[in-house]
Design a protein around this ligand. Structure first.
Ligand SMILES: Nc1ncnc2c1ncn2[C@@H]1O[C@H](COP(=O)(O)OP(=O)(O)OP(=O)(O)O)[C@@H](O)[C@H]1O
Ligand SMILES: [Mg+2]
Length: 488
């Protein structure tokens, strides 16, 4: 029978105890009585363990209780197995009971078995008392609604929460708002997770008021061009105006629409020169001071986009030590100065392993934010390799982010994997997710909450863990998210 890490051998053990407590063992009164008692005690503990399996991080008391119960269940299982093995194999065997009773009588072992059971009974009683005393079943962070961590909102909702973006933002705004009348393309290039999309969004929000036609267009690695150009038309408010489905017609319609407008378009996350060649045909040269921002990880794509029109390349840098620290502490403590001094050294070690990559820093700090214990920090530090800081590779960052998934409680894993089915970087409506998670049966209503409320709480937990990123808010309420390509 498969056993899970949390449950240990509890389930098979309960089965064996039920058999020992059954009618076929009526002649073994002492053993039968003890088995029946143990079965009842263990059932209560089993229910608590089952709840724990669905729980978010357990507090140390609950963890300790779980581990002791697990150990105790192995002891009991061994004891029962010994008993069964010693007296003739499987209990279902014909004549086994009779044979066993005879052996127990003649060998005087009946008392020894009952004594051993008595010891186990005391242990079980103690464990159950501790469960009740420490309210083990109740210490579950998922039992109540989880709101978005205000330290997290401070980073996303408020642009001031971003670190080190002032300089790059100003530089880009200057590049984009000069008096040049010709269409100009500015490429932002850099390693994945450096913050190109974040920066492009900031710049876009700051300058869009100067244009009369604008769109922010995510592209992704394997784009469907027709779908993307349709999206662009929608974003530009052209819906209904075009029924074209051929690429060439879509491009023509877009050109016509944009020709008379001063437009600003962000082409986010471009991977391939050929994709740019197709999309850029939709951007007419109209001498109205129009601008296009391209973000890409690929240097050649960045220069290719700029050379078809006058333009510039902005190369993003990794965060320096100071900014890395600021982002890390802000996420964990809400402020740069609130880190307890005993956590400073280990913070520096962890930050070194994140190599100044904002995506790595925000993910690891979100993981640590709910863990106040030093040993947990040490475990996470030890799990982080040193290679990424020396030689940043996609594999390196993926292994850092994988830690976050490894620490995801079971009840959130199905929801996160479901989000992974969406195209990378696509804006995903929270309410769509909530409905789908409920319909798919991913939500537990163990605590009697409304299912959709519980699903929103799951959504917030994924945000707090930085596994999905906040996207659109309305009156302080987060309405959509996106998932970073490295996460899926
Ligand atoms: N300056 C910053 N301060 C705080 N957080 C940041 C900063 N820059 C980026 N981040 C965070 O890091 C994560 C990755 O950022 P983003 O998606 O912008 O990276 P990217 O360079 O566009 O990656 P990709 O190449 O994969 O598209 C996001 O969660 C973002 O909020
Ligand atoms: Mg991006």
């Amino acid at each position: 029978m498969p056993v899970s890490a949390t449950m240990g051998v509890m389930k098979p053990l309960l089965g064996k105890l039920a058999t020992l407590a059954g009618d076929e063992y009526s002649k073994l009164k002492g053993v039968r009585k003890q088995a029946s008692f143990l079965e009842k005690e263990l059932s209560a503990m089993n229910a608590a363990l089952e709840k724990m399996e669905l729980m978010d991080e357990l507090d140390p008391v609950a963890k300790d209780w779980r581990d002791r119960v697990r150990e105790m269940s192995y002891d009991m299982d061994n004891c029962i197995d010994d008993f069964i093995r010693q007296f003739g194999g499987a209990p279902a065997k014909a004549g086994f009971i009779k044979e066993t009773v005879r052996h127990l009588k003649t060998l005087g072992q009946r008392h020894r078995i009952a004594d051993r059971m008595e010891e186990l009974k005391v242990l079980a009683l103690e464990a159950n008392e501790r469960r009740i005393r420490y309210k083990i079943d109740e210490c579950n962070s998922s039992s109540s609604f989880v709101a978005i961590d205000p330290r997290m909102s401070a980073i996303y909702v408020d642009a001031a929460g971003l670190v080190g973006t002032d300089g790059p933002r100003k530089e880009l705004v200057n590049l984009l708002t000069d008096t040049e009348k010709k269409l100009k393309v500015v490429s932002i290039v850099g390693f994945g997770g450096l913050g190109k999309t974040t920066l492009a969004k900031q710049v876009y929000d700051e300058i869009k008021g100067r244009f009369n036609c604008m769109a922010f267009l995510p592209i992704s690695q394997k784009p469907n061009m027709t779908w993307i150009l349709n999206r662009l038309q929608l974003k530009l408010g052209m819906h209904g105006s075009s029924s074209a489905c051929e690429l060439q017609d879509l491009i023509e319609d877009l050109r016509k629409h944009l020709t008379n407008n001063r437009y600003l378009i962000v082409v986010d996350d471009l991977w391939d020169q050929s994709v740019w060649n197709a999309i850029s045909r939709a951007f007419p040269e109209n001498d109205k001071g129009s601008r296009v921002i391209v973000t890409t990880r690929v240097e050649d794509v960045a220069s290719g986009a700029c050379c078809s029109h006058p333009g510039s390349i902005y190369r993003m840098n990794f965060l320096d030590e100071q900014d890395s620290k600021r982002l890390f502490y802000n996420r964990i403590y809400g402020s740069e100065d609130d880190c307890p001094s005993r956590f400073e050294d280990i913070s520096a070690e962890i930050l070194k392993k994140c190599g100044g990559l904002p995506l790595a820093i925000i993910t690891i700090s979100s993981l640590l934010a709910s863990r106040p214990e030093m040993d947990e920090w040490e475990a996470i530090r030890n799990s982080l390799g040193t290679q990424f800081a020396i030689n940043p590779t996609t594999e390196g960052i993926k292994s850092i982010l994988n830690l976050s998934y490894m620490h995801l409680p079971l009840h959130l894993r199905a929801c996160f994997l479901h989000v992974g089915m969406y195209p990378e970087d696509r804006e995903i409506e929270r309410d769509d997710l909530v409905r789908q998670w409920v319909a798919e049966g991913f939500i537990n209503n163990l605590y009697g909450q409304d299912m959709e409320v519980a699903a929103k709480s799951y959504f917030n937990e994924l945000i707090n863990r930085s596994l999905i990123q906040p996207e659109r808010t309305d009156h302080g309420e987060l309405l959509s998210c996106r998932v970073h390509v490295y996460m899926i």
